[in-house]
Design a binder for this molecule. Structure first.
Ligand SMILES: O=P(O)(O)OC[C@H](O)CO
Ligand SMILES: [Mg+2]
Length: 268
């Protein structure tokens, strides 16, 4: 595991993924995709799921029709239309993942700036969060897949770069940001963002960027941002390797591991 031990203790800001990490919504995508594939006598599996999760809707849709070989029968755009009604009904029943409320409330109460970076688009975000307004109101900001700055979905770093920039006084030093993710593409995006954090608009930034690249080359580490992964247990374990810490549940997160204020309670 790519864990740079000894440098974990200076986290000041946290970026949360949403689907499958804070909200138990990945099961809805799986359910609907299983129904659609069954119409073509095909089955949905976790190797395909791993390639789709975390991406923008149209990007995931292209993966779906191409990888399953149904693209002659159903285009990515038609797939999105076909699944939409089912998803909209399911999203209205969305529950928080175990430990999500506790962690968000804890960080917010301790003045740690937190935000969301989700590939989900605005309309779906509103449906998924409509029963969880209080906890989401604690986010400093939310960056979504249809944000104009998010040209490409995860694993492109666009969404994490935008999220890091929008904190007060941003962009925040990538070493001080902890990203929580459930998806392989999300962990990769966070890592890619760590390497590309610097905005190459000034000479000073160019120098800083050169130092960052040199650091990467010298250390043979492909990134400098930290990612905690909370994967579904059905995800193949080789996908865990890029993360700095892998947890079975947000309930297992220990803020002290990262220099964050410890929980004062012992419950979830
Ligand atoms: O995991 P998120 O929050 O980036 O969401 C991405 C898609 O909406 C679902 O995979
Ligand atoms: Mg996710």
């Amino acid at each position: 595991m790519a864990n740079p031990s000894g440098t974990r203790g200076s986290i000041t800001h946290v970026i949360f993924d949403m689907d499958g990490l804070l909200l138990d919504t990945e099961k809805f995508y799986t359910e609907v995709q299983e129904i659609i594939l069954a119409r073509y006598n095909k089955t949905f599996d976790w190797s395909l799921k791993a390639k789709m999760m975390g991406k923008k809707a149209i990007e995931a849709a292209r993966v779906f029709v191409e990888e399953t070989g149904i693209n002659d029968l159903l285009t990515a755009e038609e797939f999105l239309v076909e699944r939409e009604k089912m998803l909209q009904n399911l999203f209205q029943t969305t529950e928080l993942m175990p430990g999500a409320s506790r962690l968000i409330r804890h960080l917010h109460a301790n003045g740690i700036p937190i935000c969301v970076a989700s590939g989900s688009h605005r309309h779906h975000f509103e449906l998924k969060t409509q029963r969880h307004g209080e906890v989401f109101s604690m986010m400093h900001h939310v960056v979504l897949g249809d944000d104009p700055e998010v040209k490409q979905g995860k694993p492109s770093p666009d969404i994490f770069l935008a999220a890091a920039k929008r904190f007060e006084g941003g962009p925040v030093d990538p070493h001080k940001i902890l990203v929580f993710e459930d998806a392989p593409s999300g962990v990769a995006a966070a890592k890619n963002a760590g390497m590309l954090q610097f905005d190459k608009q000034t000479a000073e930034d160019l120098v800083a960027c050169a130092f960052a690249v040199a650091e990467v080359l010298v250390s043979s580490v492909s990134c400098c941002r930290f990612a905690v992964m909370v994967p579904d247990p059905r995800l193949e374990s080789s996908f865990h390797e890029a993360a700095d810490q892998v947890l079975s549940s947000l309930l297992d997160f220990n803020p002290s591991d990262w220099g964050l204020p410890p929980f004062q309670d012992v419950s979830s």
